[in-house]
Ligand binder design. Structure first.
Ligand code: SF4
Ligand code: SF4
Length: 95
């Protein structure tokens, strides 16, 4: 199989994440500690599903904090791994 064909099979079209509710088969889910979050946007940059976002709210330190759209989060843990202040914990989400 050529690399071009393989690439087309493996890659989903950009921007189609919201068509697939990946939250239904997740084992772990991220929980953001809003007081620890510094609003650095790292989780948004690394999330393969593009579901980390800046809320319109501020914590007690006056920083806009981030959260995740759990309907489309697949629980990969990348956001938690890369968060520079360990504001994200991955917890069991067994259904
Ligand atoms: S666990 Fe993975 S899919 Fe879910 S918000 Fe974090 S980086 Fe995105
Ligand atoms: S990576 Fe961590 S500190 Fe940065 S915006 Fe996301 S939750 Fe907040």
């Amino acid at each position: 199989m050529s690399n071009k064909i393989l690439k087309n099979i493996l890659n989903a079209k950009p921007g189609t994440t919201t068509e697939y509710n990946t939250g239904t088969w997740r084992t772990f889910k991220p929980v953001v500690d809003h007081e620890v979050c510094i609003g650095c946007d790292t989780c948004n940059k690394v999330c393969p599903e593009g579901v980390c976002f800046a809320t319109s709210e501020k914590n007690s330190k006056g920083r806009i904090f981030y959260d995740n759209d759990l309907d489309y989060c697949k629980g990969c843990g990348l956001c938690a791994k890369e968060c520079p202040v360990s504001a994200i914990s991955m917890i069991n989400d067994y259904k």
